[in-house]
Structure formats: C-alpha cells, structure tokens
Design a protein around this ligand. Structure first.
Ligand SMILES: Nc1ncnc2c1ncn2[C@@H]1O[C@H](COP(=O)(O)OP(=O)(O)OP(=O)(O)O)[C@@H](O)[C@H]1O
Ligand SMILES: [Mg+2]
Length: 242
C-alpha cells in the first residue's frame, strides 16, 4: 500500500542549535496506528514537531500524499489534514468542553458546519456530552485526554499525531485511550503516537518505530519490533524495563 506520509533522512534542531534529528525516517500507512518508542531524549517529540512544521528541516524531506511539506507553517500543515496533540494536550483548562471543541475547529469557516461537527463528536463520546459545559481543567486526566483526541476529529484529519497520550494515566485508562486510537484508525484516521511504555505501545499498535539518537533504529510491524532482541534488551528485559 502506498505511504500516506514518508519522512526521509531528516536533519532538524531547535533554532541554530545542534541537530537533534540526525537522519530519522518513517513511513506512515493509511488507517494504521503507528507507535514511536525510544529512550528519553531520542528525539521522538522533536520528530512529531518537525512533521507538523514547528521546526525547520535542514536536510531530508517530509512528503505527504506525494507533496513536500518542507517550508510550510504549522497552520498550513494542519489545513492539509495533519493534526498534532502535544504532550501537555494543549486544552484550554478554563473553557468548557464544548468551547474547547469549538477552538479545535478554528480552521472551519462555516459556523453551522462547526456546530454540526461538534454535535457529531458529542454523540460519539458520551462522556464529553455529559460534561459539555464543564471546564476542561476540572476533568480527570483520562477525560482530558479523550477531549484532546476527540477535538482533533473536528477537522476530519488524515493523520493525528499524539505525544505520549497515556502519560500520567492509570493502566486501565491507558487501554481506553488505545481503544479510542483504534476506533480512529478503523474510521480511516491514521494515528502516529509516541509512547513511553514500549510493551503496551507496541502491543496496541500496527506499526512500530524505534528512535535513538535522532535516527530510526528499527521500523516494522509492531509485533516484529516487539520481538526484536534489541528491543528486548534495551527496553523490556534490561535495566530500562518498561
Ligand atoms: N525547545 C527545545 N530547545 C532546545 N532543545 C530542545 C528543545 N526541546 C527538546 N530539546 C532537546 O532535543 C533532544 C531530544 O528531545 P525530545 O524532546 O525530542 O526527546 P524525546 O525522545 O521526546 O524524549 P522524552 O522521552 O524525554 O520525551 C533533547 O536533547 C532535548 O534537550
Ligand atoms: Mg518527548
């Protein structure tokens, strides 16, 4: 199947600083859940930021649907259908759930379309409908992460990138978040996530990518990556046990 997004040999860093990404590459297939794992400081978050236009790409390329995204601003990349949820989720804690959803649809120009999309999301996520008028910051971590993920769907994105969506959540809630990601991918929304817990992340995803020192170390079907002896040694069995 043709790749939806192809990242090849990218070199990028912050401002004039050193290259954090040093040749990283990744292939994203439509409708699948892709999980990036790797040690702290490997460049996982930086890779997502580079894809969504927050960093200058010094070398290499990011190609989406056959077209280079190099040089585009984050809002232009969002309009093309790539949505990024940073680690801190970027919700507006003092705004209601409904207002947060409205903010997620700021690129939609038709107010009627926006309201009908919000309605559709509230139908699909009953917990959000129940709390539509509640301030986002007063909800539980799992509910806030549900809102952050649901909010991306307002613009009917092609790709949703999530940086550590399970951070700080109880194991049962983490599985619920993965269920939402599966549901998104079943509906044709491609998911690219960064996950700290290699085992859970790879078990719940279709495709696995191991990043280290700004480079792609291993990439393949998630179960193969999980079974790779290098992973076992690095993350699962050894000192860095997940
Ligand atoms: N805003 C920034 N300005 C300068 N350097 C940064 C910035 N953000 C991250 N870095 C550096 O980039 C490197 C990679 O960071 P990054 O956040 O991409 O790693 P990560 O793989 O996401 O790690 P973690 O598992 O801790 O989230 C680190 O050395 C970090 O210090
Ligand atoms: Mg990170």
């Amino acid at each position: 199947m043709e790749n939806l997004l192809h990242v090849e040999g990218i070199v990028a860093g912050y401002g004039d600083g050193p290259a954090i990404l040093d040749g990283a590459g990744i292939d994203i297939q439509p409708g699948k859940v892709h999980c990036i794992i790797g040690p702290n400081g490997a460049g996982k978050s930086t890779l997502l930021k580079a894809i969504c236009g927050m960093l200058d790409i010094r070398q290499g390329d990011v190609v989406f649907k056959g077209e280079s995204l190099k040089g585009l601003r984050p809002d232009q990349i969002l309009r093309k259908g790539i949505c990024f949820v940073p680690q801190e989720r970027a919700l507006f804690p003092k705004m209601s759930v409904r207002e947060n959803l409205r903010m997620g649809g700021f690129i939609l120009e038709d107010p009627k379309l926006l309201e009908s999309r919000i309605d559709g999301i509230l139908d699909r996520f009953p917990i959000l409908r129940e709390r539509a008028d509640q301030m986002a910051g007063t909800m539980s971590g799992g509910q806030q992460q549900t809102l952050a993920m649901a909010r991306t769907l307002i613009i009917k994105p092609d790709i949703v990138m999530l940086d550590e969506p399970s951070l700080g959540l109880a194991p049962k809630i983490v599985l619920e978040m993965f269920e939402i990601m599966r549901m998104m991918s079943d509906e044709g929304v491609t998911v690219l996530l960064v996950e700290q817990n290699a085992q859970i992340g790879l078990k719940q995803s279709h495709w696995g990518v191991v990043l280290d020192l700004g480079r792609t170390l291993i990439e393949g079907p998630a179960e193969e990556v999980l079974a790779d002896p290098r992973i076992q040694e690095l993350y699962l069995g050894g000192k860095r046990a997940a």
